[in-house]
Design a protein around this ligand. Sequence first.
Ligand code: GRF
Length: 205
Amino acid sequence: MCNVNQKRLKLGVLGSGKGSNFVAIAEAARSGEIPVDIVLVMSDSPDAGILDRAKSYGIASRYLFPGNSKTRLEAKEEQNYITALKEAGAEWIALAGFMRILKKDFLDAFPEKVINIHPSLLPMFPGLCAWKQAINYGVKVTGVTVHYVDSGIDSGPIIAQRAVPVKKDDTPETLHQRIQIEEHKLYPAVLKELALGEKGKYTLT
Ligand code: GRF
């Protein structure tokens, strides 16, 4: 349980999808397992499940227009995202299935405080559908990585990783499900370490 005097990590979450990682973080925060306050959830997609899930936790949530690019936030829109997160008091940003590349302005607004979760053991299989890439390549082990975000694609410094074996009869769906089980444990665990200032404790298992 959290010490009441402990500094709490003020977290903004960005996501484009169903939000299961958001739920894992929100559950851990609600139960007192991690000293984290989710101050705002934002999405670039008005229909993203993550927005409904945030509402169900009573957490502020917003769709913000990302601009016309399909792969990044455009300059003016990126500023809008920064402003909304700052106004909400976010100090750290967790990307949880956010499908756009963030650029220098965003990263400079939250220096070394933007993290992402990726469904592979980076630097293997960056980019989309990493679980499918793992099956197609024929690796026997894949996993999950939480890393700092830089301006590349899934390329920032690694904070923590967990391995997930690939089974002979895995389909992309069954492998992704098992990867997500690990994601839901690792993301809250990393946030707890970051909140406590114990970066770097997690290693490949
Ligand atoms: C996760 O698999 C994460 O690793 C990737 O996007 C997916 C998001 O899933 N970056 P969810 O929306 O949290 O369920």
